[in-house]
Design a protein around this ligand. Structure first.
Ligand code: HEM
Length: 412
């Protein structure tokens, strides 16, 4: 092993974007690669595209429920308090997924196209009027949350508050920025998603929406969450409701925001590739999958082995922590030729930005792709080109490849 830092548990490794060199070095090692953690635990790092697929597609051997999906271990009580669809195994997983899925089918998502275009144009107009500014503040943050609020059925005037809360949740993934009693929180932080009092505020907000939809049902996702029935005939219980409400708001918002920031960053880094897209808008779908590949907004997910097993020639013991590094799989030279270059016409739809396949594959993938395609389409139609005017400020996290701020301008 040479001197490349391969400690993927070290947040410092991620503060300038993805540690692609570390991923490549680990992929070169035989089998899976063990990484020790400071607290005495450790995990198998899965960094090859095909090994990630093998883990993601075998939910029976690799559980999302047993140890949750984050690197950090949390205690059993906290798991019960914090469990959403993401940290649930079959059969309950499928019951919740079936309840939500009708809102995320390609057909249903397509019905949102005009609404998404309107939201995208509103914020692009603001950016064009300004000529330059923080891409996150003006474009990447407001679009996904506004689309999501409209889809779930949340009032537009609540959008700034929801952006504020989800910003805190992102920070909660890294260090935590709020006093424990912020937003009137009295729950122990370990029992809250991302250990953040902002989750308490989001729960309270969700309860308000639930009460409203029980009294005044509508044709929206909020009503399904509040009143929909699982296969057992039961409604979601209080914990399931609040955790899945939180998961939807967070999963649909932060990730898409990250992809939209990387879209602008890649444009700035590879203007010739985006000139190709402008010349042939038929390349928009492949360019967006390429953005998703290089962006890898969710860097990893964790699973826990439910039995002794073997993968890539490595013996895994029941209870071992397994971390699938989607961002590494997305840069695996076995799966993608010349993986470090951005090619707008690459056929990269087999990327692992939405997971490695299997039952937990991103529920919002069609929606996210459509939002991104519309954004790129509207940028191309306006016939402008953009560039960064300073370094992007990365979120210090090994879980999300987020950008907190990025100054951009429209080129003359
Ligand atoms: C570019 C945007 C997005 C990216 C990169 C992304 C990525 C992911 C990833 C990696 C997973 C976990 C897959 C696994 O463990 O196998 C996931 C799950 C999920 N995503 Fe997304 N996501 C995005 C947008 C969205 C949107 C717009 C929504 C809509 C609300 C959404 C809702 C969900 C849900 C509910 C799950 C859990 C699915 C399950 O456990 O069955 N995501 N997403």
């Amino acid at each position: 092993m040479n001197s490349v830092n391969t400690n993927l548990a070290d947040y410092d490794l991620f503060d300038q974007g993805l540690p692609l060199e570390s991923f490549a070095e680990i992929r070169k090692q035989p089998g899976l690669y063990w990484i020790d953690e400071e607290d005495g635990s450790g995990f198998w790092a899965v960094t090859r595209h095909k090994d990630i697929q093998a883990v993601s597609r075998d939910a029976e051997t690799f559980s999302s429920a047993v140890g949750f999906t984050h690197m950090e271990d949390i205690d059993a009580e906290a798991m019960e308090y914090r469990r959403s669809i993401i940290e649930t195994d079959p059969p309950k997983h499928m019951a919740i997924r079936k309840m939500l899925a009708p809102f995320f089918t390609p057909r249903k998502v397509k019905e949102c196209e005009a609404m998404i275009r309107e939201v995208v144009n509103k914020h692009l107009d603001a950016f064009v009027a300004a000529g330059e500014g923080d891409w996150l503040k003006l474009v990447a943050k407001p679009i996904p949350i506004e689309v999501l609020c409209r889809l779930i059925g949340l009032p537009e005037e609540d959008i700034p508050f929801i952006i504020e809360l989800t910003d805190h949740l992102v920070i909660g993934i890294t260090v935590g920025d709020l006093p424990a009693d912020a937003y009137g929180n009295t729950t122990e932080l370990r029992l809250l998603p991302f250990n953040s009092p902002a989750a308490h505020a989001l729960f309270e907000y969700g309860e308000k929406i639930r009460a409203d939809r029980r009294a005044n049902p509508r044709e929206d996702l909020a009503t399904i969450l509040a009143t929909g029935k699982l296969e057992t005939g039961a409604e979601l219980n209080d914990l399931d409701y609040r955790n899945n409400f939180q998961a939807l708001v967070f999963a649909g918002n932060e990730t898409t925001r990250t992809a939209m920031s990387h879209l602008a960053l890649q444009w700035s880094l590879n203007p010739a590739e985006f000139a190709k897209v402008a010349a042939d808008p038929g390349l928009i779908p492949s360019a967006i999958d390429e953005v998703l590949r290089v962006a890898s907004p969710v860097i990893y997910m964790r699973r826990t082995a439910t039995k002794d097993t073997e993968l890539a020639g490595t013996q895994i013991k029941k209870g071992d922590k397994i971390i699938t590094w989607f961002a590494a799989g997305n840069h695996d030279e076995e799966a993608f030729d010349d993986p470090h270059s951005f090619r707008a016409d690459r056929k990269a739809s087999n990327h692992e930005a939405f997971g490695g396949g299997g039952i937990h594959t991103c529920l919002g993938a069609f929606l996210a792709r459509l939002e991104l395609r519309i954004l790129l389409d509207e940028m191309v139609k306006r016939n402008f080109s953009i560039e960064t005017t300073g370094e992007p400020v990365y979120i210090k996290s090994n879980f999300v490849n987020g950008i907190d701020a990025m100054p951009m301008r429209i080129k003359d």
